[in-house]
Design a protein around this ligand. Structure first.
Ligand SMILES: Nc1nc2c(ncn2[C@@H]2O[C@H](COP(=O)(O)OP(=O)(O)O)[C@@H](O)[C@H]2O)c(=O)[nH]1
Ligand SMILES: [Mg+2]
Length: 426
């Protein structure tokens, strides 16, 4: 799908944390001791999947190419109290400015801004305990062990919001790309990718010993806020810039109308975009047409108290002054203006009651849902009779047996918990 690949600032990845290793059932074997004590070791914990900022990355392109990430599982426990090794965590590198959301719920998981920011997106399963852990005064030789807990699985949508100080906006042909190319020391790294022109290009300019990151934001046209020309994808990129340089094609028929068209799009997308400080760059002043129009428009901008400068991206005339003005605006802003995605208030959830559960009918069967009960079942080895007996005790203790009885469960009915289907016995 060509269409899809136009944007590498969005990626969907599938992450699977490592399963916990199984606990081991084993008994000591000593000379002259007929029944040694239990010595089955624990399984190792599964590795987590962790998103980590790598400041050298500019895009999510690699993640689109490699969407599947699976961390190592924990090793199984062994006899002689040998615990399984923990599975290694899996680090998934992402560029600065990556937002991660749960694909199912849309919940914001992380906003990775600084170099080395990291967040766990899928937790490895806990290792199952070996039978040594279950020895008690009433059962000195338990013949069961826990299975490892399954690692979390999740689908995650990543969005890249660029972190640029200055956004360069303007209608197509205003001269944005030329302007960025003329001022920036480094050519953007993403140039090698074939669809570069549709992605915001980043560049760094040095103004009075200060690095300013600029983004050329293409795709703004009339109707952009409704998605025309995929403009809404680009508007999103502007959210994090702090100052805008608004370029006008001085050689076009009506630069002022172009100016207003863009500002309308910004305002219709969000009030915050409309309020961002703007400096107008009246471009292509190397052309006589532009020079003639500037005479009139300069006064119009002055009257409206809009800061504007005449420039030529082609010759470089006026460009340093414009950058200096932008740098000035930046330093006028309060230092750490929060430019992140504040419209999403942090979601405060009441602490989840892990042992809560619900019983529901599922056709002729019953389904029990709950975090703890699902975990306990997933960690039960149904080949071990004593493990099943223990599960029954846990069900009783949690009130699940009573709840199922009240719900009308009968001998022989199917009871589903997580991935497991049990046949009910009294
Ligand atoms: N004469 C002149 N042409 C320019 C100037 N800046 C850009 N252009 C030309 O205008 C056209 C559009 O420029 P471009 O940078 O691609 O605009 P963008 O669509 O805003 O990125 C290209 O043909 C450029 O060569 C300038 O300062 N003077
Ligand atoms: Mg361009």
């Amino acid at each position: 799908m060509q269409d899809e690949s136009l944007f590498f600032d969005e990626a969907k990845i599938f992450v699977t944390a490592g399963n916990g290793g199984n606990g081991c059932v084993s008994f000591r074997r000593e000379k002259f001791v007929p029944h040694g004590g239990p010595n089955g070791g624990h399984g190792g914990n599964g590795g987590d999947v962790i998103l980590v900022v790598n400041p050298h990355l500019n895009t999510l392109f690699n993640l689109r190419k490699h969407p599947h990430w699976q961390a190592e599982r924990g090793a199984h426990g062994q006899g002689s109290d040998k615990h399984g090794k923990n599975g290694a965590d899996l680090l998934v590198p992402v560029p600065r400015g990556t937002l991660a959301r749960d694909a199912e719920t849309g919940e914001l998981i992380a906003d990775l801004v600084r170099a080395d920011d990291r967040t766990i997106v899928a937790r490895g399963g806990r290792g199952g305990r070996g039978n040594a852990a279950f020895a008690s005064s009433t059962n000195q030789a338990p013949r069961w062990a826990e299975k490892g807990e399954p690692g979390e699985e999740r689908t995650i949508v990543l969005e890249l919001k660029l972190i640029a100080d200055v956004g360069i906006i303007g209608l197509p042909n205003a001269g944005k790309s030329t302007f960025l190319a003329s001022i920036t020391a480094a050519r953007p790294k993403i140039a090698a990718y074939p669809f570069t022109t549709l992605a915001p290009n980043l560049g760094v300019a040095i103004v009075d010993n200060r690095d300013i990151v600029l983004a050329d934001i293409p795709g703004l046209i009339e109707g952009a806020h409704t998605g025309t020309g995929l403009g809404d994808k680009f508007l999103r990129h502007i959210e994090r810039t702090r100052v805008l340089i608004h370029l006008l094609d001085g050689a076009s028929d009506d630069p002022l109308a172009a100016f207003e068209t863009i500002n309308r799009e910004l305002a219709q997308y969000s009030a915050r975009l409309a309020e961002k400080p703007q400096i107008v760059g009246f471009n292509k002043m190397d052309l006589p047409d532009a020079q003639a129009r500037w005479q009139k428009l300069q006064k119009t901008f002055a009257k409206r108290k809009i800061e504007a400068g005449a420039i030529s991206g082609a010759t470089g005339a006026g460009v340093r002054d414009l950058l200096r003005a932008a740098a000035q605006r930046l330093s006028d802003l309060p230092r750490e203006t929060p430019v992140a995605v504040e419209e999403e208030m942090p979601v405060i959830r009441p602490a989840e009651d892990e042992s809560a559960f619900v019983v529901a009918r599922e056709g002729h069967a019953f389904r029990v849902r709950g975090k703890k009960v699902e975990r306990v079942v997933a960690m039960t080895n149904f080949d071990q009779e004593e493990a099943i007996l223990r599960l029954h005790r846990v069900f009783k203790g949690m009130g699940i047996t009573d709840a199922l009885t009240r719900a009308g469960v009968r001998e022989g009915d199917k009871v589903r918990i997580g991935e497991v289907e049990l046949e009910w016995r009294d």
